[in-house]
Design a protein around this ligand. Structure first.
Ligand code: TDO
Length: 191
């Protein structure tokens, strides 16, 4: 059975699928539509992404796409570990501009559901970390937006990686929260 736990912002959920170990290795249903549907999660996923980061302290994000390419994301780690972060960008939300963090790892075998209306990003906590995630809209460069990972207004409790942070050029030149004109409204969101 998959376990599902709502986080401090209840639209964000930690999902932990069962994992069956035996002498050969393991088996796990990493996505089961019917089990998630029982919790009201019925999302039409259209793309699976796989990202490998060589170094610990690699930051990707914080990213979101605007409509009509806004994306739900279901994120998991198959090797290594990350601190995964979602920032509430739903105007009118009591938690607008605040974040939820959750450590995801191959060992814990947990996943984070990040719905439309949130920016998403992560820092790798181990070398050779692989992140896989489903998204519910295709990638569109014109609809992609980047929020600055270390914007002081977000006050995200990033860990000290003990090394210099590795960042893409796009992410190092991102917008601050105060510069973002969010298209998301809390009263339009499901859940
Ligand atoms: C996101 C994405 C990128 N690309 C291409 C564009 C570019 O040449 C290369 C690397 O893209 P990026 O630097 O944007 O990759 P990355 O920084 O890993 O982007 C990802 O970050 C995490 C935090 C998310 O939440 C994702 O939605 C996505 O934005 O891959 C695709 O072809 N399809 C995609 O869906």
């Amino acid at each position: 059975m998959t376990s599902i736990r709502r986080l401090a912002i209840p639209e964000l959920m930690e999902i932990v699928p069962s994992k069956f170990d035996d002498e050969r290795g393991f088996f796990s249903e990493v996505f089961n539509h019917a089990e998630l549907a029982c919790e009201g999660i019925e999302i039409a996923w259209v793309q699976d992404n796989h990202a490998y980061s060589a170094l610990p302290g690699t930051v990707r994000g914080l990213h979101f796409q605007i409509p009509p390419f806004a994306q739900n994301k279901l994120v998991r780690v198959t090797r290594g570990a990350i601190l995964d972060v979602a920032v509430d960008l739903r105007r009118g939300s009591r938690t607008y501009g605040t974040s939820v963090t959750l450590e995801l790892s191959a060992e814990a075998w947990n996943q984070l559901l990040v719905p439309i209306g949130f920016a998403h990003g992560y820092m790798t906590l181990e070398p050779d970390t692989e992140v896989l995630y489903k998204v519910s809209a295709h990638w569109s460069a014109e609809h992609e937006r980047t929020l600055r990972w270390n914007d002081p207004d977000l006050a995200i409790p990033w860990p000290d990686p003990g090394v210099e942070v590795t960042l893409s050029e796009k992410d190092s030149d991102a917008l601050f929260l105060r510069e973002i004109d969010s298209p998301f409204r809390s009263d339009e969101m499901a859940g």
